[in-house]
Design a protein around this ligand. Structure first.
Ligand code: GLU
Length: 470
């Protein structure tokens, strides 16, 4: 236990909350919970982006859904400018930053004349200029020098200062740049461990130099998490791939399945083990064992996980999880009778879905008139010339059953199959399509029992009529 450990998740609210962000949040959270330390949520909203408020809500709602809880925050950088201002004053007073009024054109022009690489050449570095309206504040990189990032996942990464420009920390409009606000907050919030996406590694030497310039003697630890890639080994991108946690939630992923799958994106508890409870993840997780190579975000595998987790729910939990998905359909009123029917069929559906969004489709036939697509009329009902006769005869048999339950329906249907010398599946296919309008669904006889005798007989007759009147 290391209760002084403090980590943070620091998303920028610039779009839908990405699965990579969720993985970063989860790893931070596991580290905090394992150590008995603290997890801070900090919204890095210094870039005035459109829809920021909506994105912030999305982040908070997704984290809450996933069960990733924070001990402090959410802090918002837009409310913390006094801290950045104070840091800026200190850097100027200590001669670690300077005002620069060079325009982009001037910088490019000089680079061209030098014939060297593009970038800022330190033109204003020793000129002790005053702040003018167009001036930006640049950080004075110590020269010569090297900065070593001791990364828990990548080992030592050395950055030669030759390759670092005196970077801007305050824009000419007065707003602090990401790296400044980020470091000042990490200092103020006493963050001891920075666990974040790999894309931030190139900025880390700048961050370290800022920490030092602001008088921090003991740097936080760093770990940069591997990038997520798709099946073609391309970095996951919102233009190409499905990346929003919200999309997965709307498809009917359940939170524990998603958390378990996300935990494995770059980490493994060892052996072939893949299914873990949150408690086990907390106990076993070790950031030092996170792999540095890209992690394949395999949607199919995550869906398989979801199916496994769905089957582990109690029936009541399953019903509860399905409700929001049922409520999206106009045939669902949520009446006690509708609920009762769903509760009866739920265990059968639970065995057969890997996404909750599939559940309403599978039970819709119980709640709304059946519509048989012309496709199914051709491929199933008209496939066998005897279908019309089968539907008629089975209707008569069902009409005369003394008891209308799945056992009696099963027995009577099997007996009928023997009489006409036809395998059960061939008889079931047109019955299922007639009753449900689909080729797949919960087990047939249980479905018929729930549908009830009257509706069953009516639907058999209508389907029969559909193909009988050629
Ligand atoms: N705000 C940054 C982002 O969303 C994260 C910075 C950090 O974790 O240090 O990518």
């Amino acid at each position: 236990m290391n209760s002084s450990l403090k980590v943070r998740f620091a998303p920028s609210p610039t779009g839908y909350f990405h699965v990579g962000g969720a993985r970063t949040a989860l790893y931070n959270w596991l580290v905090a919970r394992k150590a008995g330390g603290k997890f801070v949520l900090r919204i890095e909203d210094t870039d005035e982006t459109r829809n920021a408020e909506e994105w912030v809500e999305g982040i908070i709602s997704a984290l809450t859904w996933l069960g990733i809880t924070w001990d402090e925050g959410p802090y918002r950088q837009t409310e913390r400018s006094a801290y950045y201002q104070r840091a800026v004053e200190r850097l100027i007073a200590d001669d670690k930053a300077y005002w620069c009024d060079c325009t982009r054109e001037q910088i490019d022009q000089r680079a061209k004349e030098r014939g060297g690489p593009p970038g800022y050449d330190g033109f204003c570095r020793d000129k002790s200029k005053e702040k003018t309206p167009g001036a930006a504040l640049r950080f004075k990189i110590p020269r010569p020098g090297k900065t070593v990032v001791h990364d828990k996942i990548r080992g030592e990464v050395v950055f030669d200062h030759e390759n670092l420009d005196d970077f801007i920390i305050v824009k000419s409009n007065g707003s602090p740049l990401f790296v400044l606000a980020n470091v000042v907050d990490d200092i103020e919030m006493k963050i001891t461990y920075i666990i974040r996406a790999e894309e931030h590694l190139p900025t880390t030497p700048k961050a370290i130099l800022l920490f030092q310039a602001l008088g921090v003697e003991e740097l936080p630890l760093f770990a940069h998490l591997p990038v997520l890639v798709n099946a073609k080994r391309q970095k996951l991108s919102k233009r190409r791939d499905r990346v929003a946690v919200e999309d997965y939630r709307e498809m009917g992923y359940i939170a524990p399945a998603m958390v378990n799958y996300l935990a494995l994106l770059g980490w493994s508890p060892g052996g072939d083990r893949e299914f873990l409870t949150v408690q086990e993840m907390i106990e076993l997780f070790d950031i030092g064992h996170v792999n540095h190579s890209p992690a394949f975000f395999d949607e199919q595998k995550m869906q398989h996980f979801n199916g496994v987790y769905i089957r582990e729910l109690t029936v009541d939990q399953f019903v509860e999880e399905c409700l929001p998905f049922l409520e999206k359909h106009d045939w669902w009123e949520g009446s006690p009778t509708q609920l009762w029917t769903f509760r009866q069929v739920a265990p059968l559906v639970q065995e057969r879905v890997s996404l909750l969004i599939e559940a309403p489709e599978m039970v819709a036939f119980l709640y709304r008139p059946v519509e048989i697509s012309s496709d199914l009329v051709e491929s199933v009902l008209r496939k066998d010339a005897r279908s019309a006769q089968i539907l008629k005869e089975i209707g008569e048999i069902y009409a005369n059953l003394p008891e209308f339950n799945h056992d009696s329906l099963n027995e009577a249907t099997r007996a009928y199959c023997e009489t006409i010398g036809t395998p059960l599946r061939k008889v079931q296919a047109p019955i299922r399509v007639a009753l449900t309008g689909s080729k797949v669904g919960p087990p047939l006889f249980e479905s018929i029992e729930l549908l009830g005798k009257d509706v069953t007989l009516q639907r058999l007759a209508s389907a029969g009529a559909l193909i009988g009147t050629l």
